[in-house]
Design a binder for this molecule. Structure first.
Ligand SMILES: [Zn+2]
Length: 429
């Protein structure tokens, strides 16, 4: 039995439980025992949270941990450590590993490696189709029983409409959402950046916004036909946001996430950085109007979660020409800080909504434990220092990846400590 932990003197913001104010939080046997003001220590270990914000643990619905297969780029242990250092108490690991997580053995391996790491919780996401080949459905039930929480062919769109329909119906039986990487490859054609004025100026091929939006629109029509929950990964265009908003108004069981880079950056960065591969990811950075629509979407609830799409690559792989470089940037250790600094501190995003996007919303979207500090909930807590001023230096990251569009940014606000199951798994030193 671990000792009780009393988080004392912080400001609790727990939208799901309607709490916002000065409360102490007592954690016992892996659960939240009480939230009240003040609580006696009674032999508990006391964590002084004076000046800190106390949130239900942050959950990242979309990370690539690269193990098994590319342990030179990231391991489950290094990725989970990066998650904890970014204030995340849980992450969902995408199945595009080698071998692909499309069966019980790989799902169980990812879950076990995550548990061994003993930092942030690692929830495996299973593939929708065998080998992510888009031909036949994988064994959902097997993966569910081995610990999978959702299904995705992320990296690729489930292009066959009938297959997506059957996936949604079948996933419904196991209470799992299907997570779509919405990209019609016949439109995007693997182009290295967004198609628009900037790509024209630079003479680079671009992915039009409709490459994503057309896929979103088709998927929503299929979701209307059948049971099952549909979730969109990394939504990046204004067109997608309006389709999803309309679908929600119709009562469809659909959720969506957006990344910090799509909420804060545009395709101009590709030009201004001189084609730095730190700005190459998929979906690509879009235009100012898309950024505005995404921010509106996170404010009004069209977007349910902020997810990082943390996608580490070995430095050598990113140290090539823009067009040749792989898509993907790291995000776990910067997400909460950059969103807090640029959207919450600026007054665009209410603090309560920030907590919903990082905790309550993702928990609900995938039906995960947590998302609240109500008594009886998992003792997963994110402590955040809203006044800590720091500069983002990738060399100091816990992730093995170094490629981030936020390198060198000066921000105010940072995770202060991460508590999982009542244990402090990371603390800023
Ligand atoms: Zn994706």
């Amino acid at each position: 039995m671990t000792r009780d932990l009393l988080i004392r003197g912080g400001t609790v913001v727990d939208p799901a439980h309607g709490r916002d104010g000065a409360f102490d939080v007592l954690l016992r046997d892996g659960r939240v025992e009480a939230v009240d003001a003040p609580l006696p220590a009674d032999g508990a270990l006391v964590f002084d949270a004076g000046g800190l914000l106390v949130f239900p643990g942050f959950i990242d619905l979309h990370v690539h941990l690269r193990e098994p297969g590319r342990e030179d780029a990231e391991t489950i242990a290094s990725g989970a450590a990066a998650a904890a250092a970014g204030g995340f108490t849980a992450v969902c690991a995408m199945p595009n590993t080698d071998p692909v997580n499309d069966n019980r053995t790989v799902t169980a391996f990812v879950a076990a490696r995550g548990a061994e790491a003993g930092t942030a919780r690692v929830y495996p996401v299973g593939a929708v189709t065998r080998g992510r080949r888009g031909e036949e459905l994988a064994e959902f039930g097997e993966m569910r029983s081995a610990g999978a929480v959702a299904l995705s062919d992320d990296g690729d769109w489930v292009r066959d409409g009938d297959l997506l329909r059957r996936a949604l119906e079948h996933a419904g039986l196991f209470a799992m959402p299907v997570v779509q990487h919405a990209e019609d490859p016949s439109l995007s054609r693997g182009a290295p950046m967004h198609e628009g004025a900037v790509s024209t100026r630079l003479g680079l091929a671009g992915q039009p916004a409709v490459g994503e939006a057309a896929a979103v629109a088709r998927d929503l029509l299929i979701a209307r036909l059948c049971r099952g929950r549909l979730h969109f990964g990394h939504v990046s265009t204004a067109l997608s946001v309006s389709s999803i908003r309309e679908a929600k108004e119709r009562g469809l069981s659909v959720t969506a996430e957006a990344t910090p880079h799509h909420l804060l950056l545009t395709d101009e960065e590709v030009a201004q950085s001189g084609y730095s591969t730190r700005f190459k990811m998929n979906p690509p950075l879009r235009e100012a109007a898309d950024v505005r629509a995404l921010v509106e979407g996170v404010i009004d609830g069209t977007i349910d979660a902020i997810a990082t799409d943390h996608a580490p690559h070995h430095e050598d792989d990113k140290a090539v020409e823009f067009e040749a470089a792989p898509f993907g940037v790291v995000g776990l250790e910067t997400a909460a800080a950059v969103v807090y600094d640029r959207l919450v501190s600026s007054g665009s995003l209410p603090l309560r909504r920030f907590v919903e996007l990082f905790s309550t919303g993702p928990a609900k979207a995938f039906g995960l434990p947590g998302g609240t500090l109500a008594a009886g909930s998992p003792a997963d807590v994110t402590l955040f220092d809203p006044r800590h001023r720091w500069t983002i230096e990738p060399a100091k990251f816990s992730t093995l990846g170094r490629s981030t569009p936020f390198a060198g940014w000066s921000v105010v606000g940072a995770p202060a400590a991460t508590i999982v199951g009542g244990r402090i798994v990371w603390r800023r030193t």
